[in-house]
Design a protein around this ligand. Structure first.
Ligand SMILES: CSCCC(=O)C(=O)COP(=O)(O)O
Length: 234
């Protein structure tokens, strides 16, 4: 039976790794000092700040150093991801950047949505960050389009679903979808995530995009893989 639901990773699957690492991460780091100066004791910033370890909450300097260290090591921990989502909003709203999805992505998503497939996202980026990323899509930030409607509020992150390399997270997502786990196809650039989704019973397909980390020949041979959604199964 053709897939009923489609679950998508973000970085390296539907948008270039370079957008996340060369645009979003640096933006958050450069936006942080002004936010810390003006909002350190504000109620709006409190949920983001209070999720950090006590040592980092000791001062804006300690906080900045901790954020810089986690970012440099690309640690995908929820309290950093939540903070990044908060910081990225200004960049999107001021049209400093928009999300450059690969050219095949939006036409394919629209086609799948029109065919009645349920579409969803599973990213280490927070749900808040995911919604922003899809609210401002385009190569030209002054003409960005909002494609959130395609996902009908199905956003999963490591807080509401669990770690991306653990099979239990995929079972939980299928349950939230209201479909059998075997009726979901998951697309990701990450071999560990593909293995976890498959172990849970999903169909899982590795997506190979320019700029992604290399995948071994052995993994390429054992995994279904595509370079564009034009090659995705029906
Ligand atoms: C939606 S936020 C941008 C992506 C991000 O912060 C990230 O860490 C990417 O993680 P993914 O699990 O989508 O590869």
């Amino acid at each position: 039976m053709p897939t009923q639901a489609i679950l998508l990773d973000i970085e390296g699957t539907i948008c270039p790794v370079s957008f996340v690492h060369q645009i979003l991460f640096p933006y958050a780091l450069q936006a942080l000092p002004a936010v810390l100066q003006s909002q350190w004791d504000s109620p709006a910033f409190l949920p983001y700040k209070s999720a950090f370890p006590e040592g980092a909450q000791a001062s804006p300097k300690a906080f900045s150093a901790h954020v810089a260290d986690l970012t440099a090591r690309d640690v995908k921990i929820a309290y950093l991801k939540n903070l990044q989502g908060y910081l990225w909003r200004t960049g999107y709203e001021s049209k400093e950047y928009a999300t450059p999805l690969f050219a095949d992505v939006v036409p394919w998503l629209e086609q799948q949505h029109a065919a009645g497939k349920k579409l969803a996202i599973f990213s280490s980026g927070s749900v808040e960050a995911q919604k922003l990323l899809f609210q401002y899509v385009g190569e030209d930030a002054t003409k960005a389009q909002d494609i959130n409607g395609l996902f009908e509020d199905r956003y999963f992150d490591t807080v509401n679903a669990g770690p991306k390399a653990e099979k239990e997270s995929y079972g939980k997502i299928a349950e939230a979808f209201g479909v059998e786990v075997g009726d979901v196809t998951f697309y990701s650039d990450n071999v560990k995530e593909i293995d976890a989704a498959e172990a849970a019973g999903m169909v899982a397909i590795l997506v190979n995009r320019p700029g992604n980390a290399p995948v071994s020949d052995e993994d390429m041979k054992r995994m279904k893989n595509i370079t564009s959604f034009d090659q995705a199964p029906a």
